[in-house]
Design a protein around this ligand. Structure first.
Ligand code: HEC
Length: 137
């Protein structure tokens, strides 16, 4: 009896854990950021990655997006930039293969218009990460 109860609560615990991990979190996007974006935007998002100096147009400081938008993070705008990267065929030395960002399952994502749009989990995770590194002023 006790065992059965234990097994049951363990089962429920696993279920709850699954639901919690359902939506991508900022920490899920961290690794994706380091692998795909840090070369230009810098390990801390400050726009000072090793490739930044070689670029005609400086990569932006990604920690100041909210500050540049009246202290609100423009989810839809940033999502469309990341989505654009993921879908473009950019090529070049040191250029990450952004297509990987579209691989995997999709999750419902509301970019601010109140509608849940199925969106690749990795894109949402990246967005969460970028939102999490915003500075406030
Ligand atoms: C090869 C270098 C490079 C890589 C890699 C790169 N970016 Fe960028 N990014 C840039 C440059 C350069 C700009 C500025 C473009 C401009 O001003 O028109 C930019 C601009 C942006 C902006 C707009 C910021 C703003 O305030 O307007 C966002 C958001 C962004 N990048 C996110 C990302 C993300 C997320 C990744 C990884 C998936 C990434 N970038 C990878 C070079 C890069």
């Amino acid at each position: 009896m006790v065992l059965r109860f234990l097994a049951m609560s363990l089962g429920l615990g696993t279920l709850a854990a699954c639901q919690v991990s359902e939506m991508p979190q900022a920490q899920d996007g961290r690794g994706l950021y380091q692998a795909n974006c840090a070369a230009c935007h810098g390990a801390n998002g400050k726009g000072d990655g090793p490739m930044a100096r070689a670029m005609a147009k400086a990569p932006k400081d990604l920690t100041l997006i909210a500050v540049r938008h009246n202290n609100s993070f423009p989810k839809a705008k940033v999502m469309s930039i990341i989505d654009g990267y993921a879908r473009s065929d950019m090529d070049g030395p040191g250029m990450p293969e952004f297509g990987v960002l579209l691989e995997g399952d999709e999750v419902p994502f509301d970019s601010g218009d109140g509608r849940q749009t199925p969106t690749p989990r990795k894109l949402v995770a990246l967005l969460e990460y970028i939102e999490s590194i915003q500075e406030t002023r």
